[in-house]
Design a protein around this ligand. Structure first.
Ligand SMILES: *[C@@H]1O[C@H](CO)[C@@H](O)[C@H](O)[C@H]1NC(C)=O
Ligand SMILES: *[C@@H]1O[C@H](CO)[C@@H](O)[C@H](O)[C@H]1NC(C)=O
Ligand SMILES: *[C@@H]1O[C@H](CO)[C@@H](O)[C@H](O)[C@H]1NC(C)=O
Length: 472
């Protein structure tokens, strides 16, 4: 009897601790400082678990202790670095800069943070993120105070994050701009047209360097600044992003993956052997959820017409926000209703906690349109979970996905719909290819897209920029 009861309680305990682990494993290292109070475990499925504070802290200190052994950023010790963020939110750009801030802190760099645009009323997200930074002994200054100017003048290095942060230079530094420019490293993560404005980037030619997430984006900036604005890019360094240690930890834990897979599938109401194709991106036309649903619907029809023997297929759209993108969201839902595919399409609210979804799906679709993603971090995250990727042949995706090896690329735009549908069918009918591509994607991540790869690349850039700043 006793034997029986201990055997049955073990999986429950195990499950409990896994859920805690998984809840803190967000898509970026930033998971740590988002903390217990909000968002970290915002998907409703974990809401009954109450306190994640202690696991977050212990997890955190362990990993930074391990890092100390061979930290490529160790030459940054006691240097003073000013980080200028255009805003502070849970979106890609600011989170990435915070990730860098924490890497620098781990190397004992003195880090000062400025957020250029802040809402006037108190914002919980900003408050909590700033708190986390101060907990790690970073100084958080208001963008316009005199101390911000003094820090910029004293700093060994100033890192501007995103093109829009350029507005801060004139607005705050004023006549001091020329003294600061030679030690500015400008980190750029965007390539939409409205960033190519002199108002934002006129100082770009005079900074020590630009750091850009992919070669495609770097080329694009070079062309556009030249053709549209008649200015020249400074020395430009391409630095691909890397997966955080905590994401890798979940991705490499087969028990965790299985538990999550069952859990999310149960929530979505899909069966064990059903095939899930997912887009994980905030819902907007630029991310191409509409074209993905068209392709998915076409794939369903093709599979019927050709009488293929495939498992039941589902499309999962993670990143819904009915309150923000109402028109586009409504369009998506109307399409699903028109085509009567409600049973095969699942909308999931926006979440930072992507690991459970990556564990539960079979294929990631990266359908970003036009020039695509600057990098597209979700792509390397999916590959860490051994998922094949069906991506648009645009932007950073082309530098991550090896066509025919770790996934297949299709053209962006309407021309891409049928090729994507065919690729969906190809993967649906061929489990062996799915597995092989997934494994190869994982190897590629291990070779190129881990946090230590990113910090090594960043450290090389910082070294050069520091030297230049000294000479300048
Ligand atoms: C930049 O311009 C070169 C030459 O005009 C062209 O070959 C290249 O495709 C362009 N790159 C981008 C990203 O637009
Ligand atoms: C998703 O978000 C909508 C509003 O944005 C909300 O009404 C709904 O309850 C959320 N669903 C879940 C499962 O949290
Ligand atoms: C990807 O490879 C397939 C063949 O495996 C080819 O048909 C397709 O044109 C390629 N796509 C791109 C964008 O290179």
């Amino acid at each position: 009897m006793a034997k029986h009861s201990s055997a049955s309680s073990f999986p429950i305990q195990k499950r409990w601790s896994l859920m805690i682990l998984l809840c803190i494993a967000l898509s970026t290292a930033i998971a740590f400082f988002i903390g217990a109070s909000f968002r970290a475990c915002n998907s409703r499925d974990y809401s009954e678990k109450n306190n994640f504070n202690s696991p977050i802290h212990s997890f955190d200190s362990q990993s930074s202790a391990a890092e100390k052994e061979e930290d490529p950023l160790s030459f940054m010790k006691s240097k003073l670095v000013l980080l200028v963020s255009h805003e502070l939110s849970l979106s890609g750009g600011p989170l990435l800069l915070m990730e860098l801030a924490f890497l620098l802190r781990a190397a004992s760099t003195r880090v000062v943070w400025i957020t250029n645009q802040k809402p006037t009323e108190r914002d919980e997200v900003i408050y909590s993120l700033e708190q986390r930074m101060m907990d790690r002994s970073m100084q958080v200054l208001s963008a316009k105070e005199q101390e911000a100017v003094d820090t910029a003048l004293k700093a060994d290095l100033v890192i501007l994050n995103t093109a829009v942060a350029g507005k801060w230079l004139d607005a705050v530094l004023q006549e001091n701009v020329p003294r600061v420019l030679p030690k500015v490293l400008w980190w750029i993560h965007e390539m939409r047209g409205h960033y190519f404005k002199l108002e934002y980037v006129k100082h770009l030619p005079f900074v020590a360097g630009a750091m850009i997430d992919s070669h495609t984006t770097a080329d694009y900036w070079k062309n556009r600044t030249h053709e549209r604005l008649g200015i020249k890019m400074p020395e430009t360094y391409v630095v691909h992003l890397g997966n955080s240690k905590d994401l890798m930890e979940v991705a490499e834990d087969s028990v965790a993956r299985r538990v999550l897979r069952e859990h999310i599938r149960e929530l979505l109401g899909v069966r064990k052997d059903d095939l899930l194709f997912a887009i994980i991106n905030s819902v907007s036309r630029g991310k191409g959820q509409d074209l993905f649903l068209k392709a998915f619907n076409e794939a369903l029809q093709l599979s019927q017409e050709r009488k293929l023997k495939v498992p039941r297929m589902h499309a999962v759209i993670v990143g819904s926000d009915m309150s923000a993108q109402t028109k586009f969201e409504t369009e998506l839902r109307n399409f699903v209703a028109d085509k009567k595919i409600q049973d095969s399409v699942h909308f999931v609210n926006k979440t930072l906690n992507v690991a459970p979804y990556l564990a539960s799906i079979d294929v990631l679709v990266q359908n970003s349109q036009a020039r695509g993603e600057c990098f597209g971090r979700i792509t390397i995250e999916a590959m860490a979970f051994q998922l094949p990727v069906l991506g648009t042949a645009a932007g950073g995706t082309t530098e991550i996905v090896v066509n025919g090896t770790t996934g297949w690329l299709h053209p962006p735009g309407k021309e891409g719909v049928t090729p994507l549908a065919e690729n969906i069918i190809r993967l649906a009918t061929d489990i062996e290819t799915r597995r092989t591509m997934g494994r190869k994607g994982y190897s590629r991540v291990k070779e190129m897209f881990l946090e230590h790869h990113m910090s090594r690349r960043i450290s090389l850039v910082l070294k050069e920029v520091l030297q230049k700043a000294k000479r300048g």
